[in-house]
Design a protein around this ligand. Sequence first.
Ligand SMILES: Cc1cc2nc3c(=O)[nH]c(=O)nc-3n(C[C@H](O)[C@H](O)[C@H](O)COP(=O)(O)OP(=O)(O)OC[C@H]3O[C@@H](n4cnc5c(N)ncnc54)[C@H](O)[C@@H]3O)c2cc1C
Length: 440
Amino acid sequence: MKTIIEERREIPVAGETDVLVVGGGLAGVAAAAAAARNGVQVTLLEKTIALGGLATLGHVCVYLPIDDGLGHRVYGGLAEELMQVCRRYSYNDIPECWKGSPWQVERPTGRYQCTFNIPACVMALDEFMDREGVRVMFDTGVCLPIMEGSRCRGVIVENKSGRSAYLAKMVVDASGDADVLFRAGAECETQKSIVSTWTYELDVDRIKNETSSSEVLANIRMRWFGLRPDVDNAESGVPTFYGTTADGVNDYVHFSRSLALKYLKEHDRPGYAFLTMPTLPQFRMTRRLKGLAELQVAEGRREEHSVGIVIPSLANPAPVFEFPYEAVIDRRIENVAAAGRMVSAGGEGWEIMRCIPNCVFTGQVSGTAAALAIRDGVSLQEVNVAALQRNLEETGVILHVPEEMKRNSEKQPWEYERPLGLASLATDSLSYDGKSKYAH
Ligand SMILES: Cc1cc2nc3c(=O)[nH]c(=O)nc-3n(C[C@H](O)[C@H](O)[C@H](O)COP(=O)(O)OP(=O)(O)OC[C@H]3O[C@@H](n4cnc5c(N)ncnc54)[C@H](O)[C@@H]3O)c2cc1C
């Protein structure tokens, strides 16, 4: 590839803080709140102009379950709290039995999950960050970490003011793609993604006979173009794309949008319109850290350094695993922690950790660890894990799998009317060529 030399130049330091969070998806929001609650100054840098990442700008407005399907609440802490924030100004489809946040429900009537309205969620997240005292800088893309050996002094950003630097004692990489850790030299794994694009549609024929406002809302549907992740797509002929290269992102965007346009052309009629389109490409898994440890998808395995228990949210009943602290840190880089869909978990573990509750959970872990490291004047590798565990436990995080959450053959999941509970939004999905239609 042809290259040129970028000119050396002096750039302004636009800000200095204790903890710098890169990326304002739900993981970044959780990391920022957790660090701020532990008494340090926090700045969050986000390249778009809204918080929420895939959950808002990528239209993934389904906060998957935080219970095990057998009547036990698995998550406390920010993973539960942010669910409430996301839905604060919109629908309230959390099943009655989970309202009030019990640890155990005798006869659950549904999973502990919710859907949320995207603009209302964006604004609730703004309010949340303000309340936590986090400085949020929008429209600020992080280009490069500033490294001194194994220590990151901060990052170089590009925004409307041009290039500048933000300096920090600790950095949380919540970019979804491990942009900071990768460019700092951390070992990472990349993966290709299948295509999907979700858009809301208004179909006047569908709503004209509805009389109540909730029925009208329920009929404003999400339409899904692309491939389903839960079936074998090997024979589909539809390309897959890397989300970690300029060409990969561009090809993905062009291709996925062309599917939506094809559908629109075929269904163009009075009374039918697309209402929105995603403004972040909907990559599921792109690049993740290969950290000091990895999540082991092994029921019954005890992790001494567990910082919380996690589930594959879609499973019913869901097996419960212990997540080790070392899965958010690199072997060498002393002060950059990972949060969200890019933490250290391979194969099936990556699928598990990319779901929203787990992204928020690891955000809380990394933000808290960063704050404790600053307090104790140590690197992330030297954090006092017992102190971190106590801190997380005090917020409601469960560290080790309790006896009652261990699955056995006598425990049967409750049958729910709507196991996935997409109460406020129905989802249709289409194959890439628009021929076959499935129910989600
Ligand atoms: C099609 C699809 C369907 C899904 N369905 C569900 C579901 O139903 N329920 C569920 O729980 N999960 C679902 N997921 C997974 C889930 O939505 C995401 O994995 C999760 O929201 C990721 O959160 P995050 O904060 O880790 O990353 P992201 O949401 O990707 O956030 C990363 C943020 O960092 C910003 N950023 C990136 N690079 C930079 C940079 N260099 N400088 C500054 N900012 C940067 C981005 O703009 C973004 O705001 C789905 C995902 C996809 C793609």
